[in-house]
Design a protein around this ligand. Structure first.
Ligand code: CAA
Ligand code: NAD
Length: 297
């Protein structure tokens, strides 16, 4: 199962990063969005990120100006944007990174099963849903894995590779090798809620939000406590803004619904309220903090 051409569906916060690291890893990439405006926005983010990374490489003396220019041009040249699903037909691997909604993901995979060549591997970047349900919907459960990247994809060095009981070991290996070729440390996990990272991380974020909701400490102090007491790069409330309050809520709603007796899964009141108010975190300029572009105010 040789992977040369990769399709990525959804070019949002995660999808644009996956497109970029796949191109950096030498793969030809089709970046698909249903909407031309969203596609343009995603490709714009890639351009800005490549420009940042190349400037940093020049500053650190890792590349000359000319090499940096060539690197950006070659990487960008591997990416083709499309709003037509037919452009995915000859991809060897198709990774889904759309909104965290299981019904929408399942119907997307059911449709892709009839469009993309039979030998292709399908992967979902879901944060929380069972891979098996999407694998069954796709009609090719043996060629289906979870490929869970982390935000920001360009900088976070992990990918979780998730197998179901039906995943063909050759498809699993091919997906894992793809992650490694993109410069990531790949870890294997079974199809369990949250895989490794989110099973630990999301309940921690919930505890921090509940602490804030109870008035135990300010958001600044909760964040400073974890940053300076535990050496985390950002505190849990900044991280919730960074991940997106809508995505965090969707993860928790799915889990609470499926596992009502698991005490680690619960939904803080302020999370529901803020999402209802459209305060989704960094991407909308307000969540637990106010944001100006990428920077917290
Ligand atoms: N592309 C290129 N460069 C980028 C970038 C991007 N997308 N994002 C940030 N950078 C650059 C910045 O420009 C900056 O460059 P300079 O030093 O040259 O100015 C550099 O990276 C560092 O960024 P910042 O100064 O903004 O801030 P920082 O030092 O705190 O680093 C961080 C940012 C790497 C994100 C760090 O704060 C961090 O590791 N945070 C934790 C992130 C985390 O936990 N992610 C996992 C979320 S959970 C998840 O993803 C799973 C899920 O399913 C929900
Ligand atoms: P996002 O809202 O930033 O991006 C989703 C993108 O998908 C949008 O650009 C939207 O236009 C597009 N989209 C929605 N429906 C589509 C469809 N039917 N066809 C094509 N495009 C469609 O969300 P995100 O944060 O990038 O999350 C994407 C996925 O990655 C989710 O499953 C999420 O749980 C997972 N994830 C998120 C994070 C995170 O920190 N935000 C980390 C790891 C995994």
């Amino acid at each position: 199962m040789e992977i040369k051409k990769v399709g990525v569906i959804g070019c949002g916060l995660m999808g644009h990063g996956i497109v970029q690291i796949a191109a950096q890893g030498g793969f030809d990439v089709v970046a698909f969005e249903a909407d031309a405006g969203a596609l343009e926005k995603g490709l714009g983010r890639i351009d800005r990120s490549l420009s940042k990374l190349s400037s940093r490489n020049v500053e650190k003396g890792k590349m000359t100006e000319d090499q940096a220019k060539d690197w950006v041009g070659t990487t960008r040249g591997r990416i083709e944007g499309s709003t037509d699903k037919a452009a995915l037909a000859d991809c060897d691997l198709v990774i889904e990174a759309i909104v965290e909604n299981l019904d929408i993901k399942k119907s997307l995979f059911a449709e892709l099963g009839g469009i993309v060549k039979d030998s292709a591997i399908f992967a979902s970047n879901t944060s929380s849903f069972p891979i098996k349900e999407m694998a069954d919907a796709s009609g090719r459960p043996s060629q289906f894995v979870g490929l869970h990247f982390f935000n920001p994809v360009q900088l976070m060095r992990l990918v979780e590779v998730v197998r179901t009981d039906d995943t063909d070991p050759a498809a699993f290996e091919a997906a894992k090798n793809f992650g490694t070729a993109c410069g990531k440390q790949a870890v294997a996990c079974k199809d369990t809620p949250g895989f490794v990272v989110n099973r630990l991380l999301v309940p921690y974020m919930v505890q921090a939000i509940q602490m804030l909701d109870r008035g135990d400490a300010t958001k600044e102090d909760i964040d400073a406590a974890m940053q300076f007491g535990c050496g985390y790069p950002m505190g849990p409330l900044t991280l919730t803004d960074y991940v997106g309050l809508d995505t965090t809520l969707s993860i928790l709603e799915g889990w609470v619904d499926r596992y009502p007796n698991e005490p680690a899964f619960s939904i803080p009141e302020s999370l529901r309220t803020k999402v209802a108010e459209g305060k989704l975190g960094r991407k909308t300029g307000e969540g637990y903090y106010a944001w100006e572009g990428d920077k917290k105010q």
